[in-house]
Design a protein around this ligand. Structure first.
Ligand code: ATP
Ligand code: MG
Length: 486
């Protein structure tokens, strides 16, 4: 069982006070005892002196002045006179220790025999038995001892007084013990409650509850509670920080392993995509080796090798751009650009391809300025328009417009092409992703355009979204913050 500190403190103080009272009582009682002994010794010495003087006077007045004879003949009478004079019960003995004033029983004689021997040898001695005191002193005439006087003294009064005082001390001790215990219990209770609350606070912190209250008191316990609160808050922030760091670390590890996986896939894709045009070129070259004089073959081979080489060149260019963007932060040259102008010039450069596919172009362009790197914007527009041409239908349409909305310059490129299936919509920005390999191959695409576009747009602080796509066509929307002169 755990005894509370309230009880421990209280018992300690009560015992301390009890001990003090005990020692004081002991000293007082001892003082009383010594005083009582002094008093009755003095009193009995005086009485024995009076008895001796009276004996002397009586002897002198007698005709027969031999003390021994006087004692043996008139001892009883003299003892009675002495008793009247001193008010004490008296027994007289002769020099040999024989009682002369009254007859003593052998038991009485035996009881005082030792003290009597002392007295017959000329010394004063007394013995105490319970409440009775027997005082024996030599009876002298001049320097000669003639007998012994025994005085009886009752100690009942002394003992009663002593016992009363002792009883009082015990009562006072018990009272003080009880009183001091109650007082200490109330007084220490105030401190003990504070300490118990502090203990509970520490227990809560140990269990992970870091919000601890402050005790409203101005003493050390109050300050201690403030200290505990500050400490537990510090622990809480440290723990939170550690948890956050751990979370970040896990995220970083996951990201790294994802990147590693993506990189492996990227390399696999590059190898695969490069192999296809190279195989085709190699096949034509093998055929030309076998039939060097076949003019028709030569003509087809030149056309195909050229187109495969173009495709390869374009692919190498895009792969290089993509991977270098991952690794290096290129120096871009942001400048004020008019989107209308730049779109018109890109459309102009693509007009040959647009015409080749008999595509009808419609524009709704308005002057709008952004701050961005011009080359990056050109690459973005070329790729988006290239897709709008490549994945369009014969005699299809491309619609390009721009406008300003909520401080954003928005460009929308809509085509009347084949559309993108819903399940592919969120993958088209991944490198090497193509909806249909065969169809892309026909058009020469390796699935790199949109991933390049996305990265360039991110770098320029813009955003891209596929806002509509179905069997009737597709709309991509890009936006950049509007340019504002400071
Ligand atoms: P690259 O651009 O590298 O020559 P690509 O055009 O195939 O090749 P992306 O531009 O990244 O690659 O496009 C990814 C895929 O998304 C395409 O293969 C195509 O299937 C689909 N796609 C992109 N734009 C359109 C569009 N306007 N209409 C229909 N499908 C599209
Ligand atoms: Mg493309």
């Amino acid at each position: 069982m755990r005894i509370s500190i309230k009880i421990k403190f209280s018992i300690f103080l009560a015992v301390l006070l009890l001990l003090t009272v005990f020692i004081l009582s002991l000293l007082v009682l001892r003082g009383i005892k010594i005083n009582q002994v002094e008093q009755y010794e003095k009193y009995l010495a005086r009485q024995s002196e009076t008895a001796n003087v009276y004996f002397m006077q009586t002897i002198l007045a007698e005709s027969n002045k031999i003390p021994q004879i006087f004692l043996s003949t008139k001892g009883v009478e003299f003892a009675k006179q002495l008793e009247l004079l001193t008010g004490q019960s008296i027994v007289l003995y002769d020099r040999n220790g024989e009682a002369v004033s009254k007859k003593l029983s052998p038991r009485e004689l035996k009881r005082i025999s030792q003290t009597l021997t002392y007295a017959t040898e000329g010394k004063t001695a007394y013995q105490v038995e319970q409440d009775e005191l027997y005082y024996l002193t030599p009876l002298r005439v001049g320097d000669e001892q003639v007998g012994v006087i025994q005085l009886y003294y009752s100690l009942t009064g002394d003992h009663d007084f002593y016992n009363r005082i002792r009883q009082t001390c015990i009562s006072i001790g018990a009272g003080i013990f009880l009183f001091s215990f109650i007082l200490a219990y109330i007084y220490f209770g105030f401190f003990a409650n504070g300490i118990i609350k502090l203990e509970q606070m520490v227990d809560r912190v140990r269990d992970g509850h870091y919000e601890t209250p402050i005790l409203k008191r101005k003493d050390e316990i109050g300050r201690l509670s403030m200290g505990i609160q500050a400490m537990s808050r510090k622990i809480m922030t440290t723990m939170k920080g550690m948890e956050e760091e751990q979370e970040k670390l896990t995220m970083a590890v996951n990201k790294l392993s994802l990147l590693d996986q993506q990189q492996k896939q990227f390399i696999g894709n590059v190898t695969h995509e490069f192999k296809t045009p190279l195989t085709s070129i190699k096949a034509y070259l093998d055929l030309l080796e076998m039939y060097p004089d076949d003019d028709k073959l030569l003509e087809t081979a030149v056309i195909n090798i050229k187109s495969e080489t173009d495709r390869l060149y374009e692919m190498v260019d895009k792969v290089l751009q993509l991977s270098s963007m991952e690794k290096y932060d290129f120096e871009y040259h942001p400048e004020k650009i008019d989107i209308k102008q730049i779109a018109l010039s890109v459309l102009q450069s693509l007009s040959g391809k647009i015409n080749k596919f008999s595509i009808q172009l419609e524009t709704e362009l308005t002057e709008a300025y952004i701050k961005a790197d011009k080359d990056s914007i050109i690459i973005i527009l070329i790729n988006l328009l290239d897709n709008a041409i490549k994945y369009n239908k014969i005699n299809g349409k491309i619609y390009v417009k721009n406008y300003i909305e909520k401080n954003q310059v928005v460009i929308e490129i809509t085509d009347t092409g084949i559309g993108i299936p819903k399940e592919s919509a969120n993958r088209i920005f991944d490198p090497f992703y193509t909806v249909d390999k065969n169809r892309s191959r026909e058009n020469g695409g390796a699935g790199l355009g949109l991933s390049l576009v996305k990265r360039y747009i991110d770098k320029q602080g813009g955003s891209i979204a596929l806002i509509n796509t179905d069997a009737n066509g597709t709309t991509f929307q890009i936006s950049f913050p509007e340019y504002r002169s400071e």
